[in-house]
Design a protein around this ligand. Sequence first.
Ligand SMILES: *Cc1c(COP(=O)(O)O)cnc(C)c1O
Length: 219
Amino acid sequence: MSLIRDNVRRILAELPPGVELAAAAKTRKPEEVIEAVEAGVRIIGENYVQEAQAARAAVGSRCAWSLIGHLQTNKAKKAVEIFDMIETVDSLDLARELDKRCAAAGRILPILLEINSGEEGQKAGVRPPEAEALLRAAAAFPNLRVRGLMTMGPFEGDPEDSRPYFQTTRVLFEAFRGLDLPGVKMDILSMGMSHSYRVAVAEGATRVRIGTAIFGPRG
Ligand SMILES: *Cc1c(COP(=O)(O)O)cnc(C)c1O
C-alpha cells in the first residue's frame, strides 16, 4: 500500500488526454520522488536550483526536470545544466542570460513564460500587457524555444477564485499561438495546483503542477 502511488494513479486516471501531470516536489525526499515516478509521473517540477540538483543526482533522468520556481539570473548557468525546461521566464534579462548560457553549453532550452495573471506587484511573472513584447524577444534568442505559458494564481482557497487567473492566461496563450511566430511552438499551458487543477483543466491547461495531492501536506 503506497499513498503516493495511489494518488498518482488516481490523478492520472482523472486527467483528460493531452493534459500532463508535473509533480511539484519541493521539500520532498528523493525516495518520495522516485515513488511518484515509478507510479507514472513523467515530469518533476522543482522550485529551487540547489534542491533540484540533489534530487536529479538521486533520481536520475528517468523523468524530465522542470523549474517551476523563480529563477535568479545568477543561477541561470546552473539551471541550464540541470533542467529540461524552465517554466518561469519572466524578464528579458533572464531570457538573455539563459540564451547565453545555453549557447555556451551547446543546447536548446525549452521555456515557458510566466504570466503574472493577477498583475500583483509582489508576484513573479510578466504582466499581461508586457507579455507579447517578452514573447517576441524570447523568440528571437536562437538557443531558447518558447513552448507556452505558465501561471500561478492563488495558492489556496476556493478554486473558483483561481478561474480568472487561468482565463487571462489562456486568452494570452491563444492570442500568442495565433501570432505563429517563427521558432515558437505554443503547445504548453501550465496552470493549476492541488486545490485548483480541475478548474485549470476546464480552462484549457495542458499541464498541471501538483504537490500536496500527490505527496501529502508539506511538513
Ligand atoms: C508548490 C507548487 C505547486 C504545487 O502546489 P500544491 O498546492 O502542493 O499542489 C505548483 N506550482 C508551483 C510553482 C509551486 O511552487
